[in-house]
Design a protein around this ligand. Structure first.
Ligand SMILES: N[C@@H](CCC(=O)N[C@@H](CS)C(=O)NCC(=O)O)C(=O)O
Length: 229
């Protein structure tokens, strides 16, 4: 058996939006890795997170003695370690756009993230559509539309073929499936393409197998404070 030289440390698949990004990216691009899952609030998390993660957060990618943490750093390092495998688009203008969108995702859309936490197995149509989340959705749709119009001719994803920018937005696609904000037909088509990508399908299937409940990611559960509903 060939043991992959990359190890990706992740959290719960149902909830960990940051973990989802490098996992689906590597699956989609066919980059082999071993997965270590540390469930939030578990004994293994308490015991092992300090050993695996310099920041105390997931995801973390390991190659040998080298740890790479934080989603964007992982994407950039994968692009170096696997040049020519399509982590970023080949075209420089598309690549700059994809990187800018990814950075905006990484540092922004806070209201959307708070009001619509990723919860793949849940169906909560209409929840979380605050004014701020609505503005975030509008900005995301504008970005998706511009990327598709300018760079998407070669396939159904933002810059044609699936790459890091689609991985960065995959958890947003999951949120849209759970909370069902109104979307344009173009955005809905893009969401369908992402949900249908084999790497994303594999993540969703494994998320649906999980049983753990993480209360802070369930603001609309019956026992959550009324203010969050
Ligand atoms: N900026 C980081 C964010 C990572 C992050 O917040 N990870 C969450 C899980 S999605 C985490 O590890 N939470 C555990 C904790 O806060 O103790 C990245 O891009 O990787």
């Amino acid at each position: 058996m060939i043991v992959p030289d990359l190890t990706l440390v992740i959290g719960n698949k149902n909830y960990s939006s940051w973990s989802m990004r490098p996992w689906v990216l590597m699956r989609q691009l066919g980059i082999a890795f071993r997965e270590v899952k540390l469930r939030f609030h578990s004994e293994e998390w308490a015991r092992d997170i300090g050993r695996w993660s310099p920041s105390g957060l997931v995801p973390v990618l390991w190659r040998g003695e080298q740890a790479v943490w934080d989603t964007l750093a992982i994407a950039e390092t994968l692009a170096e370690w696997h040049p020519g495998e399509g982590v970023w688009p080949r075209d420089p203008a598309a690549r700059a756009f994809a990187r800018s969108m990814s950075a905006e995702m990484h540092s922004g859309f806070r209201e959307l993230r708070t009001a619509m936490p990723m919860n793949i197995r849940a169906s909560l149509p209409g929840k979380g559509l605050t004014a701020g989340a609505r503005a975030d959705v509008a900005r995301i749709e504008a970005l998706w539309s511009e990327a598709r119009r300018r760079f998407g001719a070669g396939g159904p994803f933002l810059c044609g073929a699936f790459c890091a920018v689609d991985a960065m937005f995959a958890p947003v696609v999951m949120r849209f499936a759970t909370y069902g904000p109104p979307l344009s037909a173009e955005s809905a088509r893009y969401c369908e393409a992402v949900r249908g990508a084999p790497g994303v399908r594999a993540w969703i299937a494994e998320a649906l197998e999980e049983k753990e409940v993480v209360a802070e990611d369930e603001p609309y559960a019956a026992s959550a404070p009324a203010a969050a509903k």
